[in-house]
Ligand binder design. Sequence first.
Ligand SMILES: Nc1ncnc2c1ncn2[C@@H]1O[C@H](COP(=O)(O)OP(=O)(O)O)[C@@H](O)[C@H]1O
Ligand SMILES: [Mg+2]
Length: 579
Amino acid sequence: MPELLVNQIAAGEVVDRPAAALKELLENSLDAGSRSLSVELVEGGVRRMRVVDDGAGIERDDLPLAVARFATSKITTLDDLERAATLGFRGEALASIGAVARLSIVSRRAETKHAYRIACEAGVVSPVEPAALAAGTTVEVEDLYFNTPARRKFLKSEATEFARCDEAFTRIALSRPGVAFALSHNGRRLAHMPPEGARERAARLVGDDFASSAVEVDSQGARARLAGLAAAPGFTRANRDAQYLFVNGRFVRDKVAAHAIREAYADVLHHDRHPAFVLFLEIDPALVDVNVHPAKSEVRFRDSSAVHQFVFHSLSRALASAKPGTDPGFLSGGTAVPANGKPGSVPGFGQASFAMAQPAAAYAAMFETAVADERRVDAMPQASQSPPLGYALAQLHGVYVLAQNAAGLVIVDMHAAHERIMYEGLKEALDATTLPSQPLLVPIPLTATAEEIEQAAAGRAELETLGFDVAAAGPRELLIRAVPMLMADLDAAGLLRSVLREMREFGATRVLVERRNELLSTMACHAAVRANRALTVPEMNALLRQMEHTEFAGSCNHGRPTWVQFPMADLDRLFMRGR
Ligand SMILES: Nc1ncnc2c1ncn2[C@@H]1O[C@H](COP(=O)(O)OP(=O)(O)O)[C@@H](O)[C@H]1O
Ligand SMILES: [Mg+2]
């Protein structure tokens, strides 16, 4: 097969559309240590795409290698591949692009006097010649697929191809907040980002509301670390658009991690809502294979069950301490406070409370005299010593509890709060024991694949702790002899199938715990105080104290917030009270 044809076929995989070519160019610039990257696109990147970087540059004699297939400066042995820390390593991107477009590279290494240029048009490489460039590398790709009409036909409208390029650009820019990025399309400047922090970069690219309310995740394991931002339960979305997972700096779609993330949110998310997140999983490169697909958008973990558990627990822990911000925008002007406190801590209670201690104490004194005797059951102490959620003042229309804390006014949805408290209590009680099992009078036969039968035998002990008693009853049949007690009414066969599938895919299963939790959640919802029940002040205070000691207390089981803080400053603004 002629080399050009090989490269054209490879191009179909590596650079199947402009966005894929752009991703490869940006990754090359990052691998070269660039601190600043600028992207110019014309007509969705099809007509022209130019990436200008300030990276290390390419040596004159290496330019022909850069456009040669399988020539990479990044790894030399298979061993290196195991530890590849660079984004590229296959050495086929530039060769592929050069086979299906007019490619030109101008590059200059810091120590050399000149820049040099090489061009490659439909696979024909031109000789290296001197050129003008201050530093770094400029790669230009023109008329993508001009010589492969079949591929060109697959291109969508200019707007669509541009949108894909924009998404590729966004992923890369999110992954390196410390690097400056610029983007223009058809001569219009669309983005210009200085080096900044992860939260600022996320605010720019994912949204201010996300960045200001998101929970900070930072969890260090023995050989992995998960860090980044995850949407607070109250700030979820109707679609999956804003979900960014980077494994060792590379954007990937990975079903193990995606599943772990979804499960971590299972307790705080309504079924039709999706979390937004920008998460970075750093993992020992020896434990992950990125060379699964030419575009490297998938990875394979050596121990996917360990990764699943690590991601799940890291994120759950972060979400458990999530607190609703001062959300009511009409009052606070969107000054939602980052929710990164420990369980029971209140946003703005740390630094801000210092400035507020004085006025809050004054208000406390005012209330002391104003409240009825009954309400002094918990004589209101100094604001500085009051618990995070403060003390109850009154009940509003049988629905909300009003309380005063150091920061100002707290409003609690009493049903939602009680529901969460009951639910967490039930879970805790049950987590401590194995799931009780209920033997079936008539065992349920289940047609199974050989794989399922093998899984059931291998995972027998684990299945028993979950309350299942399962035995093989033939080469194609399993017999369910006992089921988890709480779930006796459910579709046992379907449940067992999901359990086996998860045990196989993720090495562990949370299907049962999830189902059990769904049931507990329903129970908690029915058992929780109903609206319109009058609560006494001591009852209300007891509710506040319980909330402070409950995980996930910031939102109810359906992801609605349970309480909201109105800081004094916001109330003052509302009444135009100067300080
Ligand atoms: N922007 C750049 N700055 C410096 N070197 C570059 C740049 N782009 C490409 N190169 C060089 O060209 C080589 C080939 O690039 P590529 O075809 O993308 O393969 P890979 O990235 O897998 O090594 C790289 O190994 C690198 O040495
Ligand atoms: Mg590359």
